[in-house]
Design a protein around this ligand. Structure first.
Ligand code: ZN
Length: 507
């Protein structure tokens, strides 16, 4: 499948495995102090790795996070109407491929990481599993989407508003939910309910690709969705954590319940611990499969020349601040702080300082580690020397996204107010930019749970410093925007929109 180039320009270079895990928050990993044994394999890798205590995403969710991970570029730097990577934009994959690497990506069915958004650039092999067949379609109960336009949905809406007028809204909702759960076909297994391919499927594919690479150095990117909702972990992983088997009907009930929009947060919170147990089991499965991948790299003697990095595109909320899942509404630590482990052969991991490491710096750092020059278009810089020597750095991590934008396809969604975070080693400023906007400053040392944003004069100097960093970031965004990349991306989007419309007309 992959041919060696005649000059073999990559010969002698180190390979790179990058694993990104959707929705994996740092504090649910053992190596970050989590009490439950979610990540025994990564924990065992930690002593010989650089474990970054404060790795911070450049944006959330997926579509505002990945431009920084792969292309060292802030998510809104090309304008809000550019979602994903621009055609011709330099990425880890394009740079490594030009340097003679064999390149492949296996992504577990996240539609935002697809060729539509430019993520296949630079990969000789790109598989996004968007054709993943789940047997679950008729097995799921979704109170909102499937019923919306059906006769049953319309009837339900009328009854619901009538019940609401009588003050019986929540009673009606509860009964309707219970009814939907009762009439759903029995769930035979969690495997049948799962929406995304589990990590073992991707690791299998990666292994067969690796067997075809030959002598070339390689870049392998895996994006795993095991901790992503709906939470349907393989039973084996659940059993290892919980000491009992998953009851598929219960797992479905919990997921459907957790997804309800008609419940107060206190009502939903009652199920929190059980839902977290499912989420954690997804992490455990991912960890186990990574162990299997590393094991095969060791058996084939590739591990000794292989740099290994693992991180996440954002975290996940479980009502720490009143929300669930990962909508860009808050920039609290459970959303923005992700694990980052980098294992470099021949290097003993040293203690990494608590300076926040933005994902913006990840690609340049990885390129320096494998000895490949980073392109000048990258906005981040390599922190390899700091990591190696354990020396702190000063620049704060900037986080930017669009407030509440859960559908970047819709202009009104992606044009909502900008949400900016500036996080240094101790403080974090969060600001929603709109008229009359105010900013909040959190002291993560005195208030790690982020429950008391400071607003008094005592924090004035800190506030000034963080605001200044936000301003410089905004100015840079405008002054360094690349008009050619932006136009290319707009043209691509327009083309796919037109093609989509033609297709609709043809049906
Ligand atoms: Zn994501």
């Amino acid at each position: 499948m992959v041919q060696n180039s005649p000059q073999n320009p990559g010969q002698g270079k180190r390979s790179l495995v990058l694993i990104t895990v959707d929705c994996l928050r740092a504090d649910h990993c053992g190596l970050y102090g989590y009490a439950r044994p979610t990540t025994p394999f990564l924990d065992s890798l930690a002593p010989e790795s650089f474990v970054v205590p404060a790795a911070i995403v450049a944006g959330a969710p997926t579509y505002y996070s990945f431009p920084a991970i792969l292309a060292s570029r802030m998510p809104l730097a090309l304008g809000r109407d550019v979602v994903g990577l621009a055609p011709g934009e330099s990425t880890l994959a394009t740079v490594l491929r030009e340097s003679g690497y064999a390149t492949a990506a296996f992504s577990a069915g996240n539609p935002y990481i697809s060729p539509r958004f430019g993520y296949d650039h630079g990969f000789e092999v790109f598989r996004d599993f968007l054709d993943f067949e789940t047997q679950s379609i008729e097995n799921t109960v979704n109170l909102e989407t499937p019923s919306a336009d059906s006769a049953r949905g319309k009837l339900n809406r009328s009854i619901k508003s009538f019940a609401g007028a009588l003050g019986l809204g929540s009673l009606y909702n509860e009964l309707y939910f219970q009814y939907c759960m009762k009439i759903a076909p029995a769930a035979e297994s969690v495997d049948a309910l799962r929406r995304f391919p589990a990590a073992d499927i991707l690791v299998d594919e990666a292994q067969s690709w690796l067997a075809s690479v030959g002598q070339r150095p390689f870049f392998l990117w895996l994006h795993l969705m095991d901790p992503h909702s709906p939470y349907y972990p393989p039973n084996e992983a659940f059993r290892e954590l919980a000491g009992r088997d998953i009851e598929p009907g219960r797992a479905r009930y919990l997921n459907e319940y957790w997804n309800r929009s008609d419940m107060t947060s206190s009502g939903l919170s009652a199920k929190r611990d059980e839902v977290v147990q499912l989420y954690d089991a997804g992490i455990r499965w991912m960890d186990r499969q990574i162990a299997r991948l590393v094991d095969s790299l060791k058996r084939t003697h590739l591990w000794d020349d292989c740099v290994f990095a693992l991180t996440a595109d954002h975290g996940e909320e479980f009502f720490e601040h009143g929300g669930r899942y990962h909508a860009p509404i808050r920039l609290s630590e459970e959303i923005v702080r992700v694990p980052l482990l980098i294992r470099v052969p021949g290097e003993r991991g040293v203690k990494v300082p608590a300076s926040p490491m933005s994902h913006l710096h990840l690609a340049p750092t990885l390129l320096e580690i494998v000895g490949v020059q980073a392109p000048s278009a990258f906005q981040g810089r390599s922190l390899w020397a700091n990591l190696q020597r354990g020396v702190a750095w000063d620049d704060p991590a900037i986080i930017e996204c669009v407030y509440g934008c859960t559908n970047p396809f819709r202009a009104e969604s992606r044009n909502a107010s900008r949400l900016i975070g500036v996080r240094d080693a101790r403080f974090k400023l969060v600001m929603r930019i709109e008229s009359g906007a105010t900013e909040e400053v959190y002291d993560l040392e005195a208030d790690p749970a982020e429950t008391r944003p400071s607003s008094d004069g005592g924090a004035l100097e800190i506030r000034k410093r963080l605001l200044q960093a936000a301003r410089e970031h905004m100015e840079r965004t405008v002054s360094t925007r690349d008009p050619v990349l932006r136009l290319r991306a707009r043209l691509r989007d327009l083309r796919s929109e037109i093609l989509g419309r033609i297709e609709t007309l043809n049906h």
